[in-house]
Design a protein around this ligand. Structure first.
Ligand code: KIV
Length: 275
């Protein structure tokens, strides 16, 4: 392959430049094989810390570690060529100080080769976001429902349910924008609030349960494929893969038990011929 044929990966500035333009398509992926399938259709793949719940069966994202994120970030980088890969910073790896945030984010970027990181929090994280961006680390913000705060907020309920609660979320959006984030995820907020924020900030807003008013959308891949046991109400299921995987596994098990497992009769004669 000549250098000219090489596929250029999308960058954080490319995504930033899409504000108000063609909607930005984002999905999560944690594996090389799903990343390969998503690569042609998405603009951004997020290696979300939701992997703790989706892959590991944890109740929350709180126990997820930096090592888990780096391992899956590497897999997604190997599986994709075109998309911007964003890796989530897990709980406890960035909140203590801007220096801690830089050290953890730099480790993620060096060890995975990803193009950006995401971290949760609005005003409280603004100083750290600015510190990272000034030092060469593109940051995607995440406001509204921030699942890593589950132990202080108490539930995964929608945020800004009454108009009186909108102000702080709008302030969060402005703070991450002013700090230099290239995009911001808005999770589980009502449409009028998402619309107001999208109009107020000059970076793309990426909604997850944040309505069509956002500049782009993200979903957890397993949720939209029907592979997650519980999904938030806003998730549209584009496939129901659970039953077809189970049917395939059941057919395989039946073949094995009936000694009708196909394969060996094809492989061994060929090997014999090759000798
Ligand atoms: O961890 C994740 O998958 C996320 C998305 C839900 C935005 O943060």
């Amino acid at each position: 392959m000549s250098a000219r044929d090489e596929i250029k990966r999308l960058t954080a500035p490319d995504i930033r430049a899409r504000k108000g333009g063609e909607p930005i398509v984002c999905l999560t992926s944690y594996h090389a094989h799903t990343a390969r399938l998503l690569d042609r259709h998405c603009d951004v793949i997020l290696v979300g810390d939701s992997l703790g719940m989706v892959m590991h069966g944890l109740e929350t994202t709180v126990p997820v570690t930096l090592e888990m994120m780096i391992l899956q970030g590497l897999a997604v980088m190997r599986g994709s060529k075109r998309v911007l890969v964003v890796v989530d910073m897990p709980f406890g790896s960035y909140e203590a100080s801007k220096e801690q945030a830089f050290m953890s984010a730099a480790q993620v970027m060096k060890e995975t080769g990803c193009g950006a990181i995401k971290l949760e929090g609005g005003r409280r994280m603004a100083e750290s976001i600015a510190f990272l961006v000034e030092r060469g680390i593109p940051v995607m913000g995440h406001i509204g429902l921030t699942p890593q705060s589950i132990n202080t907020i108490g539930s995964f309920r929608a945020q800004g349910r009454s108009e009186a609660d909108w102000g702080p979320i709008e302030d969060d959006a402005r703070a991450v924008t002013q700090a230099g984030a290239f995009a911001v995820v808005i999770e589980a907020v009502a449409e009028p609030l998402a619309r107001r924020i999208t109009a107020q900030v000059d970076i793309p807003t990426i909604g997850i349960g944040g309505s069509v008013a956002c500049d782009g959308q993200i979903l957890v891949l397993e949720d939209m494929l029907g592979l997650s046991p519980r999904v938030p109400r806003f998730v549209k299921r584009y496939a129901d893969l659970g039953p077809s995987i189970e049917a395939a596994v059941a057919a395989y098990a039946a073949d094995v038990r009936a000694r009708t497992f196909p394969g060996s009769e094809h492989v061994y004669p060929l090997r014999a011929k090759a000798k």
